[in-house]
Every structure is written in structure tokens, then in C-alpha cells.
Design a protein around this ligand. Sequence first.
Ligand code: FMN
Length: 176
Amino acid sequence: MKKVLIIYAHPTEHKSRVNKHLVGALSDVRNVTVNNLYERYPDFYIDVKYEQGLLLKHDVIIWHHPFYWYSAPSLLKEWFDLVLEHGFAYGREGNALEGKIALNCITTGGSESTYETGGLNRFRVSDFLLPFDQSANLCKMKYLEPFVIHGVHLLSDKEIMEYTTKYRTLIDSLAK
Ligand SMILES: Cc1cc2nc3c(=O)[nH]c(=O)nc-3n(C[C@H](O)[C@H](O)[C@H](O)COP(=O)(O)O)c2cc1C
């Protein structure tokens, strides 16, 4: 069974309606590690060696975050800047992540129809996520389609629970 690492970045989890359920439902799953960046690094001082060690121990890496300004909350960007070092994650001798699976799990305020040509947000979510896609590629990882939940402010509690189950099912299938 593969080991799954959720790199979770949510700066205001206490106000979360959706992500806290998605992540909360994974806390007791044996082969899943939830690495809550804002909880671990409230001062933004990331322990690079610890984070690299976590990456080495897992096969599937999920960048899990609310969509903020068409990207990720800033601590996740800091994580990329510091943890994915040359010689570790990329470069001629940087093969630590080779063959691992990577994907984003995101929630958006905007509805699905706003993320298309002619819509308010003009581009598809997968277009905005290209830096993640290419970063994974540079690190010789296999980047999969993101798990996206749109229009989160309008979701009912029942729909949130359905998405929570769907996310858990996806993670189970990735871990096989
Ligand atoms: C600083 C900030 C930036 C945001 N940027 C976007 C955005 O670019 N696109 C979008 O669809 N929603 C955006 N949102 C809405 C969030 O994605 C939404 O509130 C979040 O996914 C809700 O998840 P939660 O219930 O777990 O907190 C933004 C929200 C905040 C606070």
C-alpha cells in the first residue's frame, strides 16, 4: 500500500467550512499523514530537513489548500521555495522525488462556470495550477488532475459530507 502525504495549508482553518472536514476525515487513516503547515510553522520558519524527510517517506504528495488569489496561501509557496532544493528535488542529482505522484486538492469560492473562457475568472483552474504541474514535472513526479471543489460558500452541509467521502475514496484509490 502506498503512503500518502497531505501538505495542508489553510491560514484560517478556524473559519473553514469545507477543508476542515476534508482533512479531519483523514486524521485516523493509517497510510495517510496530514502535515498541517500553518499549525506546524506559525512563524513561517520551515524545517527543511524535516519536510524533505517526510517527502522521502511517502509515495503520493497532495498539496491541499483553499484557492487564494488563483494560487495557494503564502506558506505553501514558502514550502516550495525552501523544501524543493536543487540537488534534492531537481537538477542532475536531485532525484529524491522521482516517480512519486503529486496533485492539488483545492476549494474555490468561484463557481465552476466562472473558471472558463468568457467567465469571470477567464481561465480554467488547471491553467492557474500550471506552476504546480510543471514544478512536479521538473522534480520528475507524475502530476495528476486536481481534486477541485467549486463554489464552496454555497454548498450545503450534505454536499460537504459528499465531497468529504469523495476525497477519501480518491485517496484510497491513490494508495492502492
Ligand atoms: C485571501 C483570499 C483569497 C481568495 N482567492 C480566491 C480566488 O482566487 N479564487 C476563488 O475562487 N476563491 C478565492 N477565495 C475564496 C476561498 O477559496 C474560499 O474561501 C475557500 O476555498 C473556503 O474554504 P474553507 O471553507 O475551507 O475555508 C479567496 C479567499 C481568501 C480569503
